[in-house]
Design a protein around this ligand. Structure first.
Ligand SMILES: C[S@@+](CC[C@H](N)C(=O)[O-])C[C@H]1O[C@@H](n2cnc3c(N)ncnc32)[C@H](O)[C@@H]1O
Length: 233
């Protein structure tokens, strides 16, 4: 079984993260505060749990799975429980603070989890059955979004699939649409791009893939599952 360690030299935190997110992700106190599933459910009208369920539904026991970006709450644990001890779950995060936190949280319950400190947009080797990008894409500026999506697709095993969970353009009458828009403009400047551009539009050879998109909560959130055309999924 692979060792649970944080590998490589500390990764360089990208400028967008330093500018907009490091106050949260480099703070142990705030990380602890937000790391409660009930709080995440409260802030998302219960959709945090529904999205974690929708994500876990995409993996099977024994698979080799990669998740890009650590998350708060129970999402990673739920995923690891589904994969089980005969599979593996690699979690990549650019922040050592986040990686150390999730390692402490999960290392005893899920010894098949590996924690890798690097920038997910940089090229990497290895093929995975499932690669998950969970609420990460909206944090990245445009060129990084495109790099990340294409990188993910190039690291899929022949029968593999990519799973994206993120914001989507909610229906116009959604009671929270404008509140979310205001919040994004203040704190998440690259998130609105998720409203304007489909994940598909970032992919150069998109015709080689099957796309399956599901939306949640008046289209506020999306799950996009991508497989190669002709694969057995
Ligand atoms: C995946 S999102 C999770 C959002 C929210 N915290 C949640 O739980 O739903 C945030 C994580 O992604 C990481 N991250 C951001 N940009 C990254 C990058 N380019 N490569 C790897 N990890 C990145 C951050 O350090 C952070 O831990």
């Amino acid at each position: 079984m692979a060792k649970q360690k944080i590998v490589q030299n500390p990764a360089i935190i990208p400028p967008y993260q330093q500018e907009f997110y490091s106050r949260l992700y480099e703070s142990k106190r705030l990380t602890k505060l937000f790391d409660h599933q009930w709080l995440l459910n409260l802030l998302t009208f219960g959709y945090s749990q529904k999205l974690a369920d929708a994500c876990a539904a995409e993996v099977k026991p024994r698979q080799q799975v990669l998740q890009l970006g650590a998350t708060f709450g129970t999402q990673l644990g739920q995923l690891a429980s589904k994969i089980g001890v005969y599979g593996s779950l690699d979690v990549v995060d650019v922040s050592l603070t986040q990686l150390r936190y999730i390692r402490l949280k999960h290392r005893f319950a899920y010894p098949f989890m590996n924690f890798i400190n690097r920038d997910a947009t940089a090229p990497f080797s290895g093929k995975y059955d499932v690669i998950i990008c969970y609420m990460l894409l909206h944090e990245l500026p445009f060129p990084a979004k495109s790099k990340l999506i294409n990188q993910i697709l190039s690291n899929l095993a022949p029968e593999g699939k990519a799973v994206f969970i993120d914001y989507n353009n909610a229906v116009w009458w959604h009671p929270l649409k404008w509140l979310v828009k205001m919040f994004n403009r203040l704190y998440q400047p690259f998130a609105e791009r998720m409203w304007q551009t489909e994940i598909k539009d970032y992919v150069s050879n998109r015709r080689s893939y099957e796309w399956h998109k599901t939306t949640y909560f008046g289209k506020m959130y999306q799950k996009v599952v991508i497989t190669r055309k002709g694969s057995l999924y």
